[in-house]
Design a protein around this ligand. Structure first.
Ligand code: SF4
Length: 702
């Protein structure tokens, strides 16, 4: 199991107009966001019993540590919701909430009432559709569905008065036919209504502050105090506007409250409830309570019943979710990588806070098992002294804490291998300095230039081609240098494409970036601006609505980012990409092919598919440059070409990037094709031609 992965299992997708079913989607979204903010990697899957085998395979291959079970309905009905619990039990992965038996018994109100009556716990008298039960002449009955949650199919016509049992039975039948739900009749208690929320703590129920639903102005308006569908969902209806929740006890309620707590706790035991639940009561005018419903796994939304009750005692929504997870046996607090900084947990912290809280020393990192020794730390520090280290709390939190080979961790933790290098590895293999007519500007191709506007990055990637420059206090881009670069562009009408790079251009403040973009936009021959940034990957909080507006106003502007592994897709990074894509900014991705990180077909396929799902075109797959200090990440060209063979023709064409090598000695970029393998030269060397027609010899096994 992957200790930081949490799966949300939710209702299947089908067309529905019912708000409470639509609500399940909102609940999933909110929970996903909360879990992501707690530092978890979150995925969501719909439960469809017809696809149980395929779903089990998907879940097993993703290996979540915990599954949040939010399945409330199957094909629009709550009757079979317990199948999801049975499925999860069989799967053997911890899951939240109650088990299949509890769910199956409590979702059926007739079974619930029989069990309650058998245990001598109070519940209103009832009449079943087949005539079983009790009819009390002269009293009103509420006709409601046997299987659906509280307010579904309950409206003003649900409350009836009948002369005898036969007449009531007829009305039950008619109502079942009208609503499409099997109904029964429950004696209506015209009194107060209470919700008692329970939270498991090592198996025992903790009772949260009791909520009373107040029916304001109902008696004056001649309305029955029924909490119906309109009360919950129809804005503007009388019921919606005149029912409110209060946690304020009324004077003299002490005995009643004690009794509600006693009965709610008894229900928890009787029905084997687990995790979290809610018991709903009506109380008659003599102060006698009766259970009308038991909700296993009630809705989890910040302003909903259990969350509202928890917040009364200082348990906020995140803490509530953590407690529910803990009750299922998984501690979300331990999911995060290290806890040295409070902002570690807070992936929503603004981007400046994330930057100031960056971990910049190997001693800041929590070591993996086997890497705790002093020598390993000393070696990492020695590397960081040559090639700076920095990682945002957000990105560090994506790493698997106990896996030294974690594909995320390897991208930011200094490795002693960085200090070793082969003879053909140099600091500047692309000879960028040679093609730099003014500081910070590289003019290698006729019609385009690269302008470095910052040499800082949120995370210093261990595989960076510019590791000779980035993150060093001796190397800074000033506005004077940047303006020199812009003046160069202005003086060269052949330049139609400007790539802002670095470092990471989005390390600049919004104002500074806007100033540079505006200045470049005044140059009439510049057709296109591009930005190369890793922010959506390592600090997605940087993609604020304000930043998006600035980028939008410099259109046509393309943004290329660098996702290297599917684990880098999180709720936060996907939301950042969506903000950019929704604003009409074309997105591309330049993956670096990294040995042991993404050089397997399974990982690469998943990465490519994640990109296109998020509206990002996989643009380049870079063969790792012959840069000093990155040799341990480099695969052979042959391995890269074999990898490409797995995709060309085997997945959507637009999901396949070009495999690019930046030729040594500043030869420029060349696309390598899987067909190069077929040449099969005896000495393993192939010849490629750059854009200037110059031939370069490449060793397939280097
Ligand atoms: S973000 Fe780009 S420039 Fe910065 S360290 Fe990573 S690869 Fe290098």
């Amino acid at each position: 199991m992957n200790p930081d992965r949490i799966l949300i299992l939710h209702d299947g997708y089908y067309d529905t107009q019912l708000e409470d079913l639509i609500d399940n989607r909102t609940e999933v979204k909110t929970l996903a966001e909360t879990l992501a903010n707690l530092g978890c990697l979150v995925d969501q899957m719909a439960f469809d019993p017809h696809e149980a085998h395929a779903l089990a395979d998907r879940i097993k291959s993703w290996q979540p540590a915990l599954i949040f079970n939010l399945v409330e309905t199957i094909d629009g009905s709550g009757q079979l919701a317990h199948l999801a619990c049975s499925f999860l039990q069989l799967l053997g992965i911890p899951y939240t909430g109650s088990d299949a038996w509890s769910m199956q018994t409590t979702v059926n109100k007739l079974v619930t009432k029989r069990i309650l009556a058998g245990a001598r716990l109070p519940t209103p008298a009832w009449l079943e559709p087949d005539g079983e039960g009790e009819f009390n002449p002269g009293l009103r009955y509420l006709i409601k569905p046997v299987f659906e949650d509280g307010s579904v199919a309950i409206d003003r016509n649900s409350l009836v008065w009948c002369t005898d049992a036969a007449q009531l039975q007829e009305k039950i039948k008619a109502r079942s036919a009208e609503t499409g739900y099997l109904c029964f009749a429950e004696q209506f208690i015209d009194g107060r209504e209470f919700n008692v929320s329970l939270l498991g703590e090592t198996g025992e129920p903790v009772v949260l502050p009791l909520a009373e639903m107040e029916f304001l102005g109902f008696s004056e308006s001649g309305m029955a105090t029924v909490l119906n569908y309109d009360a919950k969902w129809t804005e503007g209806s009388f019921e919606y506007e005149h029912i409110q929740r209060t946690f304020q006890p009324r004077p003299g309620d002490g005995t009643l409250r004690d009794e509600l707590v006693r009965i709610a706790k008894s229900c928890w035991k009787l029905f084997g409830l687990r995790g979290y639940a809610r018991v709903d009561f009506r109380v008659d005018d003599t102060g006698q309570p009766a259970v009308i419903e038991i909700n296993t796994n009630p809705c989890l939304e910040p302003d909903n019943g259990i969350s509202a009750a928890a917040s009364q005692v200082g348990i906020d929504f995140s803490a509530l979710i953590s407690r529910i997870a803990a009750e299922a046996g998984v501690s979300l607090q331990q999911q995060s990588y290290g806890n040295k900084l409070s902002v570690y947990q807070d992936t929503t912290a603004n981007w400046q806070d994330q930057l100031t809280s960056r971990l910049t020393n190997p001693t800041d990192l929590v070591p993996c098992p086997g890497q705790e020794n002093v020598q390993a730390l000393a070696e990492a520090c020695a590397v960081a002294a040559v090639y700076p280290m920095a990682v945002t709390p957000y990105y560090a939190n994506l790493a698997q804490p106990d896996n030294p080979s974690c594909p995320i961790r390897r991208q930011y933790v200094p490795d002693p291998a960085e200090l070793e290098h082969a003879q053909d590895e140099v600091d500047d293999p692309l000879e960028e300095e040679r093609y730099s007519p003014v500081p910070g500007l590289i003019h290698r191709y006729p019609d385009r230039v690269l302008l470095q506007v910052s040499l800082e990055c949120a995370v210093y990637c261990r595989h960076c081609s510019r590791k000779r420059k980035v993150g060093r206090s001796s190397e800074r881009m000033t506005m004077t240098t940047i303006y020199q670069g812009i003046a160069y562009i202005r003086a060269h009408p052949e330049v139609r494409d400007v790539l802002l790079s670095g470092g990471d251009p989005l390390m600049l403040s919004d104002d500074r970036l806007a100033q540079i973009l505006t200045e470049i936009r005044t140059i009439s021959h510049v057709e296109v601006i591009r930005i190369g940034t890793r922010m959506p990957v390592v600090l997605p909080q940087r993609i604020t609505p304000e930043l998006v507006k600035i980028l939008q106003s410099a259109k046509p502007l393309w943004l290329n980012t660098q996702f290297n592994h599917p684990r880098e897709f999180t709720f936060a990074s996907e939301s950042a990409l969506a903000r950019l894509a929704d604003a009409g900014i074309p997105l591309g991705n330049q993956t670096v092919l990294l040995k042991g990180i993404n050089d397997s077909p399974v990982v690469m396929r998943s990465l490519l598919h994640h990109l296109v799902k998020n509206r990002v075109r996989p643009y380049y797959l870079y063969h790792c440059d012959f840069v000093r200090g990155v040799g341990h990440f480099r695969t052979t060209i042959r391995a890269g070409l074999r990898l490409m063979q797995q995709f060309q023709g085997h997945t959507s064409g637009f999901a396949v990037p070009s495999y690019i090598i930046d030729l040594p000695h500043g030869g420029g970029k060349v696309a390598l094709l899987a067909s190069h393998l077929a040449l099969n030269p005896e000495n393993g060397r192939i010849e490629v031609e750059n854009f200037e027609g110059t031939c370069y010899v490449l060793d397939l096994d280097r």
